[in-house]
Design a protein around this ligand. Structure first.
Ligand SMILES: [Zn+2]
Length: 90
């Protein structure tokens, strides 16, 4: 398990640029229509910032949780700029 996490971490980091002047780590890979980075792994697509929060910090983000940007930059993957919040129930 640890090796898998490390491999994913390396792959994620290889697609990040930065830090920029705001200390943001910018996603260089594929971007979704709504402006978030897409991280492709093993044939699946994940939100890049969500993956970054889990892999780089590391810790688990549950299904009922969202990862939001406190720096307001959708492409940022700096785990320090990402906050886990509970999804608003609809
Ligand atoms: Zn940021």
């Amino acid at each position: 398990m640890e090796t898998i996490i490390e491999d994913i971490g390396d792959e994620l980091l290889s697609k990040l640029l930065g830090p920029d002047k705001n200390d943001c780590w910018l996603w260089e890979g594929k971007v979704s229509l709504d402006g978030y980075g897409i991280f492709e792994c093993e044939g699946y697509e994940f939100q890049a910032h969500r993956s970054a929060k889990m892999v780089l910090e590391p810790g688990w983000v549950y299904k009922h949780q969202d990862v939001i940007h406190i720096c307001d930059n959708k492409l940022c993957c700096n785990p320090k700029h990402l906050r886990i919040v509970d999804k608003v129930k609809t």
